[in-house]
Design a binder for this molecule. Sequence first.
Ligand code: ATP
Length: 503
Amino acid sequence: QEDIFKKVISHAKEYGYVVQSSEIYDGLSAVYDYLQNGAELKKNIREYWWQAMVQLHENIVGIDAAIFMHPTTWKASGHVDAFNDPLIDNKDSKKRYRADVLVEEHVAKIEAKIEKEVSKAAKRFGDAFDEAQFRATNARVMEYQEKADTIIKRLARSLEKEDLEDVKNLILELDIVCPVSGSKNWTDVKQFNLMFGTKLGATAESAMDLYLRPETAQGIFVNFLNVQKSGRMKIPFGIAQIGKAFRNEIVARQFIFRMREFEQMEMQFFIRPGTQKEWYETWKQTRMKWHLSLGMGAENYRFHDHEKLAHYADAAADIEFRFPFGFKELEGIHSRTDFDLGSHEKYSGKKLQYFDPELEESYVPYVIETSIGLDRMFLAILSHSLVDEELENGSTRTVLKIPAVLAPTKAAVLPLVKKDGLPEIAQEIMDELRLDFNVSYDDKDAVGRRYRRQDAAGTPFCITVDHQTLEDRTVTLRHRDTMEQRRLPIEELHGAIDREVGM
Ligand code: ATP
């Protein structure tokens, strides 16, 4: 699994998708740059989402709010007080951990230990079964598991209650059961706010402390009335937004899964109080359908319903995707009640209410939110698409099976040789197709190698111009996934490609 992930990361670099930021200066941790193919894929995901959410819903509109917001926004949203991660440092290894992640590492180690113990015993008893010994081993494993479970349960409660002293003591206890770092020399647990701060203003006295937004949602909430009034929107309606968000993540070792600067695609759906249960269910299903429409396999998605809820939510679920390192959150669907609008009313002193003409009354609407990380979606697609295929002739090929609708380049035009007028016809085809599709041109190396190169870059079609083209104006259209080739007139290329890559 680790190896697959490593392969994805190096493939992303080799084929112009993603690299670490400021690489020539040894990089900036958890910050990434999208290169020529990455920028196209990202743009296509963005458009695919926007089209599904805004264009296809009569009652959803999109906005583009600023990254900087008035600092009181983040008091009202709860981020100043509650957007914290509990941190603990190991004094010997000088390693810093998020307390909850450290516990996860403990759990994994404990599970591995139990498994080892059990399989060792199974092997031993395979030769000569000894019931007394079997029972003894069983009891020992059970006792160990119970001890670990008890501590972990207490830890989960302390983390939830933010009882930091308790958290530390329990980590020490857990270390005795199963040390993670080999050391018991921990600092106290401290809360660490995840927002990046900056200053607005020229002089120290007049400067105002700002935050880089940690989520795009608040730009929607503060504009709720502006959009509702100017768009004459009737509840239920939604406001969507795509934009950068910033979090000072502590544990950032998973490529573009967890970044310090990333992009979110969020939609806030404003509804009548009391209808949140139905709308929450509707949006869960609608969003899952969107994911499934890309054809990356229903078995790779699952819902995870939250029991522990954030301060603003009365229900929450994640759509998890099977990443190379296991099922992890890709998107969140949250029933946010009237927490955000209500809180902005309180802090701003401005009414954020809607007059419902059917009920003939005003109220603060309830909100269902769908929130997906663009970069995480990118990683889901990239890691799922990268496959090494064994071919019939015994050779292998590396192919990036990005859904055609999202592929950075839709077709590559390949003249078989660089003479006899073939490049001119290829150029003609390029000029015709580029009005509607992103196309590229490649005339280097043997055509077989060019096919492999396009396979690995994720291009769904190759168009080969050869000597027969000079006679009958037909070309070969090769399909990336099936490697099937068929001959068709140049005039039919546009339609053939469009059928597969159209949104
Ligand atoms: P996690 O538990 O993974 O930290 P979260 O629950 O804090 O995520 P939300 O605040 O619900 O995430 O954000 C919504 C979405 O934004 C997530 O589902 C994820 O796709 C994306 N996201 C959040 N944090 C990051 C990050 N640091 N890097 C990339 N994407 C992120």
